[in-house]
Design a protein around this ligand. Structure first.
Ligand code: ZN
Length: 716
């Protein structure tokens, strides 16, 4: 049994882990003021960002699916692991040694944990690279050399060689202390009749890495005719680490450029990725042994996070994003068409296709015509629909009437299936012009294709928040029976209610609620700005919303306001623990709640904790080490701002004081109203008088509080 990780080590990991960097590995985050960043949620499929991250606090929350938590919670969710493993993964990443309670030797661990599988893959990669210069590996070197890759270029992409024979890697890994089970679980070995044997034998290898650069599997090309496996390319089988539908070869090298350029080039093979990168197309990736699918699209979308999809405003010039597919060979048009109708509409409008004139893939193109030809190929990419339609038309000789009719009939179903309705008319017009027929003829053909294929308007892709589609829903009511009509209305209403509920309590329009919510947000995010004396004056009755009443109690259980030197992450953790599972999501939401502090809309500074200087230091250090040119946000000082200017601190303190005063004033008003009711009901006049006196005192107190707000707000 594995011992528990020591608590102080967990806290060490928490304070070292940079949530911004960790999330950025798979999600492009954009500043949305007050130290908060937004992006597309990695845990549910969405087109508008509702995933919110507050790096200074180490907190994240998704307003769409409700998931949220701290940095460990993020790793648990994103890597599908338990808490202890999440701590181990982060400790590994930040080079922190973990100590376990009750285990003298933490090496005695059993079971194939994720980190062991990662280590095994890393060792295997070292082994394959060490073999590539061996005498036996000559065919592999010839293969790479034949594609004009130099030795150092091949090394840059980690090209290796898996020796022939049965157990070269197995013996190497055993020597490194890996169990046979770990080798099998890592996808590096197979169980045979007479023991385990190497999965890759006598092949050229490429390491497949995740976006953070960890090797999670391999692609391998056949080199020998007597290979027992027929397939030209084989890949690691699906393992805990490696899911073929979710891996993109080259993502580790291309990620930063993809984010910065908001462009991704999808090629078909490992050598194409190499050729593109060497030719200066540094956004190239390839799927591994499978077609580009929905899961791949989600990964790409999270990185390019298109503003056209309703994302938050990017700082700096807004550029459209492009997803460029390269296809080779005769089947290019067909492949493109399959993509066109297999992926969702929004993705497709930014999708382009690049096909070389002589049908060459990027690797062959580079060999024959050089780097510039590869660059031109990518620059000349056509919008996907144009490509599919042009390909269909090109199959006919439109000089003749029969050719024109054939082209119209071939193109009509393609146009009919375009889900973005705003594009249908445009493409019909284009096609009519290219074929040389009238728009009326073309439209008629498209309409008849739609009827034939049973395509109705409601299947069409409608832009988000489309007023039209909602009206269309209501319009259909007219032709319904009264019963059906009311049912339909109910359904529409329910849909609206669901949409409203998804917004959460975040958007309630109630000044008392907002005041309590903002104060709680401030206490969680910037406890240093809360005046302790004034805070002591509050009590449970100061809050009218039950949720915040409970939260106030939780703050008390957590020991009240944190000492000034407590790291923000630990404060949040303590509070979540005190709040229990019911309050935890509320606390997470409040941790990312934007506070209307001056200068914050432009990403001013909201980090007052001791944590903020830590964040800035480590971010800067990492940015430099990686030669970071990807994130346009970095240089603008938008994230962990290094200095908390005194004015900003004072403004925050004043803002919080005002909130507390408003809160006390509100609670006094509620008490006065209650006493007034009591007074009206009282029969005894001396009782009435006493109550009146109380009211007078309370009113005086209110006056004082308001005077204080006034005084404070005029001091500056
Ligand atoms: Zn979500």
């Amino acid at each position: 049994m594995v011992g528990r990780i020591k608590k102080e080590d967990i806290e060490k990991v928490r304070s070292s882990a940079d949530l911004y960097d960790i999330v950025s590995d798979s999600v492009t985050l954009k500043a949305s003021g007050s130290g908060t960043f937004m992006g597309l949620c990695p845990f549910h499929d969405e087109k508008t960002p509702s995933f919110s991250v507050r790096p200074a606090l180490g907190a994240w929350h998704c307003f769409g699916c409700g998931l949220g938590g701290d940095v460990f919670g993020y790793v648990e969710q994103s890597e599908s692991v338990g808490f202890a493993e999440a701590v181990e993964i982060l400790a590994d990443k930040y080079g922190i040694e973990l100590h376990y309670e009750n285990t003298p030797n933490s090496q005695q661990r059993t079971g194939s944990t994720r980190s062991r599988l990662l280590q095994a893959n890393e060792e295997a990669q070292k082994f394959f690279v060490s073999q590539v210069m061996s005498k036996e590996a000559l065919p592999a070197r010839k293969l790479l050399g034949g594609r004009t890759f130099t030795k150092s270029q091949s090394a840059r992409f980690g090209c290796g060689y898996a020796p022939r024979g049965w157990d070269n890697l197995v013996r190497y890994l055993a020597g490194k202390g890996f169990t046979q089970q770990e080798m099998i679980d890592a996808g590096l070995a197979r169980q045979g009749q007479r023991g385990v044997y190497d999965y890759f034998r006598g092949r050229a290898t490429w390491p497949i890495r995740d976006s953070t650069g960890r090797t999670i599997g391999f692609g391998a090309r056949k080199l020998y005719d007597d290979d027992t496996i027929q397939a030209k390319y084989i890949n690691t089988p699906d393992t805990t680490l490696y899911h073929k539908n979710q891996v993109l070869y080259g993502i580790d090298l291309a990620k930063k450029a993809i984010v910065a350029k908001r462009q991704v080039v999808i090629v078909e093979g490992y050598t194409d990725v190499m050729a593109c990168h060497l030719a200066g197309i540094d956004t190239a990736v390839a799927t591994c042994g499978t077609a580009f699918g929905i899961e791949h699209a989600k990964i790409v979308r999270r990185l390019i996070s298109d503003d056209a999809l309703g994302a938050v405003q990017l700082i700096g010039p807004v550029r459209g994003s492009r997803v460029i597919f390269t296809f080779d060979g005769d089947a290019a048009g067909q492949k493109a068409a399959i993509h066109a109708f297999g992926l969702d509409g929004t993705f497709l409008t930014q999708t382009f296709v690049a096909v070389a004139q002589d049908g060459l893939d990027p690797c062959d193109l580079r060999i024959k015509h050089g780097d510039v030809a590869v660059q031109k190929l990518i620059e000349g990419a056509k919008p996907l629909y144009d490509f599919v339609i042009d390909t269909a038309i090109a199959a006919f000789d439109t000089q003749y009437t029969t050719g024109q009719v054939g082209a119209m009939k071939a193109v009509a179903p393609v146009i009919a299936q375009i889900r973005d309705r705003s594009l249908v008319g445009m493409y019909a017009q284009k096609a009519a012009r290219n074929i040389g027929v009238s728009l009326g003829q073309m439209n008629e053909e498209v309409q008849s294709a739609r009827r034939r294929m049973n395509i109705r308007d409601e299947d069409a892709y409608a832009p988000r928040h489309s007023r039209q589609s909602f009206d269309a829903q209501l319009e259909r009511n007219e032709n319904m029976t009264p019963g059906a009509q009311s049912q339909h209305r109910l359904a529409v209403q329910r849909k609206g209610a669901v949409q409203a509920a998804r917004q959460g309590y975040f958007h309630v329009d109630d000044s008392v609620f907002i005041c309590e919510q903002q104060l709680m947000g401030a206490i969680i995010q910037i406890p240093q700005a809360v005046d302790r004396e004034r805070f002591e004056e509050l009590d449970e009755l100061s809050f009218s919303v039950p949720l915040f009443k409970s939260l106030y109690q939780a703050i008390y259980v957590a020991g009240g306001l944190p000492p000034d030197d407590m790291p923000a992450g630990l404060w949040l953790h303590n509070l979540s623990k005190a709040g229990g599972p019911l309050l935890e999501p509320v606390i997470n939401e409040l941790a990312v709640l934007p506070l209307p502090l001056p200068g914050h809309e432009n990403g001013g500074n909201a980090n007052f904790g001791p944590d903020s200087s830590r964040g800035a230091g480590s971010a800067a250090a990492q940015g430099n080490a990686e030669g970071d040119g990807a994130s346009g946000l970095r240089g603008t000082g938008l994230r962990h701002s290094s200095v908390a200017e005194p004015e900003a601190q004072e403004a925050a303190a004043q803002y919080v004081s005002e909130l507390m005063a408003k809160l006390r004033d509100g609670s006094l008003m509620r008490r006065i109203a209650a006493i007034r009711r009591q007074m009206n009901a009282a029969a005894d006049s001396s009782m009435k008088l006493r109550l009146l006196q109380t009211i007078t005192n309370l009113e005086a107190e209110r006056k004082q509080i308001r005077a204080r707000i006034f005084e404070v707000s005029h001091r500056t």
